[in-house]
Design a protein around this ligand. Sequence first.
Ligand code: ASP
Ligand code: MG
Length: 419
Amino acid sequence: MKVFKFGGASVRDANSVKNVAKIMRKHEGEAVFVVISAMGKTTNGLERVVNAYFRKEGNAFEELEKVKKFHHDIVNKLFPAKHAIFDEVNNTLVEIEWVIEDEPTGTFDFEYDQIVSVGEILSTKIISTYLNENGIKNQWIDCRDFIKTNNTYREAKVDWELSEQCIKQLKLSEKVLITQGFSGCTSENYTTTLGREGSDFTASIVAYLLDAESVTIWKDVPGVLNADPKWFDECEKLHHISYLEAAELAYYGASVIHPKTIKPLQNKHIPLYVRSFVSLEEEGTVINEETTSDSLIPSFIFRMNQVLISISPRDYSFIMEENLSDIFACFHKHRVKINLMQNSAISFSVCVDNEPDKIPGLINDLHQNDLVRYNENMELVTIRHYDQATIDRVTVDKEILLEQKTRHTARMVMKDKSV
Ligand code: ASP
Ligand code: MG
């Protein structure tokens, strides 16, 4: 069994769905478990529905209408008029309408998962139907029947044992199976999500549970690149990296693979291929045990819109284990992930993503016990396998506020000199 993952960009319009069919045809006769994300930017659209519904930021019905129209347009191009899929799409979306007609009863995170996970139901239903009618027989499987999680909504933790039992009980009737990425299900049968961009992780969970022979993530880039083309003109493809290197890159923020994807694959020695859905002949990146080519090409990871927070005890006492533990508890409480940290005698500095729904609350809380200063609009750049030339390349016209170096990795928090 192989596992394929198609992300939002690879299923963003009718032509890209046809392209998925083309890829699947090349693998005719093979057993493939296909994990699919929501189409295009649907997840962002559904997030706007939740924000409008829960936080009264905009009109939830109007936002939902946009999501509906986007899917109708795709379905119109893929199917004849009056095809049953239109009802299927409408019936799926009407469930959101029922929810948003009433006032929210659960927490924001709970309502978020119930609504936002619908994007993957729509994409998989549409694509499964399209493939079935175009010569690629497949079975749609609801991932909530086997991805079992706890109830930490928006960041659910997988119950591996239960999921393994459940996946083995599925009645599989086709060689090609299609399921939703990103979502899971609690023991009370409420839908959960695994965190933004979580479909890669779903593919890796499925591969782990079924001892798959490989996972392929189909992307709009030719493989894992040494930098995001958004920030860098000349990117190079990493032909081969180890699990370890991939995990480091993902951890530092390389957006090509979700950070949680690697571990399950590494545990079961399942290779991961990252390949282009555009140039199907091109070999992508292979990720496996072998570490020999890891240091051949330096990689650059940029995280923009960072806040550098500096925390000092009000009484000028030293930063010790005790106050560090309070500080960490505060970050944990607000579910803020620390991208980089450093301490001196009387202050502790952290660099975090500037998430508007978390950071003000965090800073407020930290203020209770400590003096807090913060700088916004920072960039955090990480260079793997750096040398002076690569550092010089990224720090032109930048002021460096904080710097950390280990043997393989250099990290800098910086801002434009003009600011
Ligand atoms: N659709 C979800 C998101 O956009 C999950 C994914 O694409 O991986 O975050
Ligand atoms: Mg994605």
